[in-house]
Design a binder for this molecule. Structure first.
Ligand SMILES: [Zn+2]
Length: 219
């Protein structure tokens, strides 16, 4: 059989639901970037209930993306992570790198001691020579597209784009990467919403819309 000429393979989107590392492994450390002596815990555990919220939203996002013709890979599909490269954020990045993902979408929820804080933000890699210089521009474009789409789909307060230099999962990524903080689990209203199927679906629709917008941008 001969592959149809001119038909591009569907883009692969890597979904990375945050946390879900067994605590004994999560407390282990790993270098924050290639060649770095700065070590960071593999998984601080996240906000209370975050791992389950992130997974539920990721599964809904996967269904929407598959329906739109994307290919999807997920770093975890169950409550705990189990990757061949190990269980930290380096492993999550490598999982997406190896698949040459068009975009790595890390799905999280925020927590704060200030219970009034609410809304959604999207984190993108800060520019760092040798670590993120290859993915900085595309990640920022993706972050803007995803943040805009999530806010539009959910009506959440737009907390904007945040560049982060300290995230292991960004610094080891060789594919464009964004991390969406879908709301604050420490805020009573955000938390209530993030535990309803209808709001999770709205977040997922926002994520899928943002991915579609980004992948459709000229390269
Ligand atoms: Zn998190």
């Amino acid at each position: 059989m001969i592959a149809a000429a001119g038909v591009a393979a569907a883009a692969l989107i890597c979904l990375d639901p945050g946390h879900g590392t067994p605590p004994a492994i999560g407390r282990q450390t790993e270098p924050i970037g290639p060649g770095s002596h700065v070590l960071k815990v593999k998984d601080g555990g996240g906000a209370h209930g975050e791992a389950a919220v992130a997974l539920a939203i990721a599964k809904r996002t996967r269904a929407l993306l598959l329906a739109r013709g994307f290919r999807v890979a997920m770093t975890r599909t169950g409550p705990t992570i189990d990757l061949p490269d190990g269980d930290g954020n380096i492993a999550r990045a490598r999982f997406c790198n190896r698949r040459h993902a068009a975009l790595m979408v890390r799905i999280h929820a925020d927590g704060s001691s200030d219970r009034s804080l609410h809304g959604a933000s999207t984190l993108v890699p800060a520019w760092h020579r040798g670590w993120t210089d290859d993915i900085y521009g595309r990640s920022l474009l993706a972050g803007r597209a995803v943040q805009k789409a999530v806010v539009a789909a959910t009506g959440a307060l737009d907390r904007g784009i945040v560049r982060r230099s300290d995230l292991t999962g960004f610094n080891w990524a060789n594919v464009p990467a964004v991390l969406v903080e879908t709301g604050f689990l420490s805020n009573p209203n955000d938390s209530r919403l993030l535990h309803t199927p209808s709001y999770r679906q709205r977040v997922a629709r926002g994520l899928a819309n943002g991915v579609s917008a980004f992948v459709g941008l000229p390269r």
